[in-house]
Design a protein around this ligand. Structure first.
Ligand code: RP5
Length: 164
């Protein structure tokens, strides 16, 4: 499905080096069969491309953008400034400050320009995809059903392995 249908979710990241983290988001979208695209879009190194991507996203049919970046992580905020689509920000764990810089860069947006900020690193990437699917699930019963199954499986797995 993700290869053929037009993408509903855009997974973007500031650098190729973010892929190790952001591939967790792509894997969840793949698992749920949600059409998506993955692109490197840098706020600092390719600012014009970032502007174009953000401005065209809605008319291209995207419904959610997941944006991961590390360090001075301006990508999610700058994209949110140029689209009305929901933007979910993933703070990538940076080499210098372990992602605290990324988190603070993404989370503290001025009122009026929302970015839904997730946890630092792989958990954040995974949860960004799950949140995107929950948003899409509001109008897509099949995704809502799959989300119920996912949560139930997760619960069952923990309960089945609860004896140590
Ligand atoms: C940010 O700078 C990227 O999101 C990445 O996390 C960080 C480092 O990028 P590279 O120097 O590894 O390309 O823009």
């Amino acid at each position: 499905m993700s290869d053929k249908s037009p993408p509903l979710v855009g997974v973007i990241m500031g650098s190729q080096s973010d892929w190790d983290t952001m591939k967790e988001a792509a894997a969840i979208l793949e698992q749920f069969g949600v059409a998506h695209e993955c692109r490197v879009v840098s706020a600092h190194r390719t600012p014009d491309w970032m502007n174009e991507y953000a401005k065209d996203a809605e008319k291209r049919g995207l419904e959610v953008i997941i944006a991961g970046a590390g360090g001075a992580a301006h990508l999610p905020g700058m994209v949110a400034a140029q689209t009305v689509l929901p933007v979910l920000g993933v703070p990538v764990k940076s080499r210098a400050l372990q992602g605290l810089d990324s988190l603070l860069s993404i989370v503290q947006m001025p009122g009026g320009v929302p970015v839904g900020t997730l946890a630092i690193g792989e958990s954040g990437a995974k949860n960004a995809a799950l949140l995107a699917i929950r948003i899409l699930g509001n109008s897509r019963p099949e995704l809502r059903t799959k989300m119920h199954e996912f949560c139930q499986n997760q619960t069952d797995t923990v309960l089945e392995n609860s004896e140590l």
